[in-house]
Design a protein around this ligand. Sequence first.
Ligand SMILES: NC(=O)C1=CN([C@@H]2O[C@H](COP(=O)(O)OP(=O)(O)OC[C@H]3O[C@@H](n4cnc5c(N)ncnc54)[C@H](OP(=O)(O)O)[C@@H]3O)[C@@H](O)[C@H]2O)C=CC1
Ligand SMILES: O=C([O-])CC(=O)C(=O)O
Length: 389
Amino acid sequence: MLTLQMKDAPLIRDPLSRTGCGHASRGVNGGTPPILDEKTRPWKKLVNVSLTGAAGRISNHLLFKLASGEVFGQDQPLALKLLGSESSVQALEGVAMELEDSLYPLLREVSIGIDPYVIFKDADWALLIGAKPRGPGVERAAILDINGQIFAEQGKALNAVASRNVKVIVVGNPCNTNALICLKNAPNLPAKNFHALTRLDENRAKFQLALQAGVFYDKVSNMTIWGNHSTNQVPDFLNAKINGRPVKEVIKDTKWLEEDFTITVQRRGGVLIEKWGRSSAASTAVSIAHAMRSLVTPSPEGDWFSTGVYTTGNPYGIADDLVFSMPCRSKGDGDYELVQDVAMDNFLWGRIKKSEAELIAEKRCVAHLTGEGNAFCDLPADTMLPGEM
Ligand SMILES: NC(=O)C1=CN([C@@H]2O[C@H](COP(=O)(O)OP(=O)(O)OC[C@H]3O[C@@H](n4cnc5c(N)ncnc54)[C@H](OP(=O)(O)O)[C@@H]3O)[C@@H](O)[C@H]2O)C=CC1
Ligand SMILES: O=C([O-])CC(=O)C(=O)O
């Protein structure tokens, strides 16, 4: 639906206030709503984007991309609603100040808070980025539990207050299982609308193939990441294309594809941490923008993108009731369909089954958070987040 709004309507901010529910919002203009004048023109209806971990490093890149119109386009005004915690609320105010000082014409509202029931209210998009990193000596089962509790709580809040068609992208690790926990705690929202971010892995895979083939990376298409965002993820070189030709016709070195390429993509996050001392933030933000854009613009003819989605009756034979990265296409309406006709061989299927087994094991660890009884944790020894190797 189109509504009339003034292009140069001011950013709406209420005077700095804190309510009993832990919401803080900053303000100029005394909370005065934008006033239409004669120079009104059609603008799209305001989109509400809620982010968690908004004081974190990924958000610090992503927020400015969103506000600039890079994701939704130059005719789409938006409100940014930032969730933090008691300890990050000052940092959040700093983030809000920087957004305001950037004078983005599309940015109509910035609110900050520590209560997901306030920050997720009417959210059209929920970008769940905040999660505790796994520190030294912390068992993977423990991090699944600690972060799982956050995502269970946030799922409940989304269920209660978000738009009934909210699109949820889970970034905080372990993102596939966190997304599963979140959707299980949001039974009134379509499970199909929940995603786990594997677009960074897709981008990393495209770059490696382009480098090896000596082409620019826009020549690499049909790149699927299957499965879990972990070191058992499966970058699919069987179906990917370079200049429209199967990768295996362009890169004839099967050993490189099966070993070097696959391992490089699986471990890219960890190598980056070793080099830089911190995990990918800018490229992750870029990949979140790509993931969102792939849902709000029609997929190019013949191509697809990867995203972790809820498995229910998929055409590949992957177990139901997981969040598993698969090839998808979109008409640009925020929704997606699975790509039906992909090739499978023994190598690819074997790797997919391993990633599936890992996700099934993760699911058993969080049964207490998905309403499926008592948790039982028997994770495979080689289960790692990309950043943990
Ligand atoms: N799926 C993927 O491809 C990828 C996923 N990730 C995951 O994304 C998640 C977030 O990563 P990233 O943004 O780098 O993490 P950060 O460590 O920068 O932020 C995480 C949290 O730390 C707190 N925080 C950050 N900055 C401040 C501050 N200045 N003051 C107070 N608190 C602060 C915030 O929590 P709070 O406000 O609640 O206190 C924030 O949510 C991690 O789980 C990471 O593993 C990372 C890369 C790729
Ligand atoms: O483990 C992490 O936090 C980093 C990560 O996911 C990645 O770089 O892919």
